[in-house]
Design a protein around this ligand. Structure first.
Ligand code: ZN
Length: 416
């Protein structure tokens, strides 16, 4: 799939020492260093309907900050993002709106690309839809079946979790909660004949009126989690490298916190069943965005779209500033005043940068670097920039506006 245009990054200051990037792992809750010299990052993409709401934008902006820091610190980034362009909700929406599901997907992917471009998010090296990756997905399903850890249920294929070491013992939530979340997020814990209610669907036999593909194990379509396993392992395996021997297939996997369970947990279990090694070294999940007190979600229909905000006159830069200026792990109750504040702050920074003389900038640039390296503390980075504005407004001298404006672009993606 065609990605969106690349984004210009100002050169990094080679003489500057970049602290290690420390991120909170969502399963261990510990801060871990992203130490790979070549970082292999997999961020789950959209199901192409209802794109791009602010929850999506906040997630991809968070990973964009990580990717920018990796590149700025002189390391290589290998970044893959998928598109779940065949999925139950997509088919349901197309049916509801009496639209062809492929046309709906294409129009939403186009809109998503436009929004990502406006938000100045670095594009992935591999941007892959499931449909175009079907032969890869089938290859990994074959590999999983070959391990002897799957079983057949009326033509559908399931992974037997009891055969993957630790899969049922290390659930990130209590079993009752796991069953509830699993049911709410596409799982089928109640299906008769399953060996364990949490066993995940790998391949689903053809259903009348639904799209299907030929495979050595019958005509049908893949389950959700195995798609990400296949696309990630195919494009990123062998990419992570560090001084130490890597124990995991990739460096980083992430997405919104609603993917923590079951999607990312089951992805890691399935990948482990195939490769016999951990899937990702670090997992990172971003908080949900709520609107008028309710989590923004397709089912509630309370979505705020990037494209609508752009139509209303808000720039990608303003939307970006408003969404990144927060603790990425915490849920955010979105308010329109955040855009007003972003506009005012950007105006203030721009005015300070336009002065003949500006306050010293070397210190504030290193504060931006230190803050971002400390679990993406964007609020800390922006606070130091606003302090610098105050000093400049009071007449301090000796800095270079160009130096600070390049750092704002490089680390935060903000252009002035
Ligand atoms: Zn995924």
């Amino acid at each position: 799939m065609r990605s969106w245009p690349s984004v210009y990054l100002p050169p990094s200051d080679n003489s500057a020492e970049h602290p290690p990037l420390r991120l909170t792992d969502s399963y261990s809750s510990k801060k871990e260093e992203l130490e790979d010299f070549a970082v292999a990052s997999y961020v789950c993409g959209i199901t192409p309907y209802d794109a791009t709401h602010l929850g999506h934008a906040a997630t991809y902006l968070t990973f964009d900050l990580i990717h920018r820091f990796v590149i700025a610190s002189g390391r290589t980034l290998h970044y893959t993002q998928n598109i779940t362009d065949i999925d139950e909700p997509l088919l349901e929406r197309a049916k509801r709106d009496n639209q062809n599901w492929e046309d709906l997907a294409t129009s939403q992917i186009d809109l998503f690309r436009e929004d990502m471009t406006e938000l100045r998010i670095l594009p992935p090296n591999n941007y892959l839809g499931v449909v175009e990756s079907m032969s890869t997905v089938i290859k990994y399903i074959k590999a999983l079946i070959a391990t002897g850890k799957t079983y057949d249920l009326q033509g559908d294929i399931y992974l037997d979790l009891s055969k993957v070491q630790g899969a049922l013992e290390n659930l990130p939530v209590a079993i009752n909660e796991a069953l509830n979340i699993f049911a709410a997020r596409g799982g089928d814990p109640g299906r008769a004949g399953k060996r364990h209610p949490l066993d995940t669907l790998i391949w689903s036999v053809e259903r009348p009126g639904e799209p299907s593909w030929q495979s050595p194990f019958g005509t049908g379509r893949p389950g959700w989690h195995i798609e990400c396993v296949a696309i990630a392992l195919e494009t990123l395996t062998g990419q992570p490298s560090s001084e130490k021997e890597s124990s995991a297939s990739i460096s980083l996997q992430g997405g919104g916190s609603d993917l923590r369970f079951p999607h990312h947990y089951m992805t890691s279990v399935q990948a482990r069943a195939i490769t016999n090694r951990s899937f990702a070294k670090t997992y990172l999940h971003t908080g949900m965005i709520a609107w008028q007190g309710e989590k923004m979600s397709k089912s509630l229909g309370n979505l705020v779209f990037v494209s609508k905000l752009r139509e209303a006159g808000w720039s990608g830069n303003e939307i970006r500033f408003a969404l990144i200026n927060r603790d990425y792990r915490v849920d955010l109750n979105w308010e329109m005043r955040m855009l007003e504040e972003a506009r005012a702050n950007l105006h203030r920074i721009n005015s300070a940068l336009s002065r003949e003389e500006v306050a010293p900038t070397r210190y504030v640039v290193s504060k931006i670097r230190d803050s971002i390296s400390n679990d993406l503390n964007v609020e800390g980075a922006i606070a130091s920039v606003l302090d610098w504005c105050s000093e400049t407004e009071l007449g301090a001298k000796g800095g270079s506006a160009g130096e600070l404006s390049r750092a704002l672009d490089l680390y935060l993606g903000i252009t002035l």
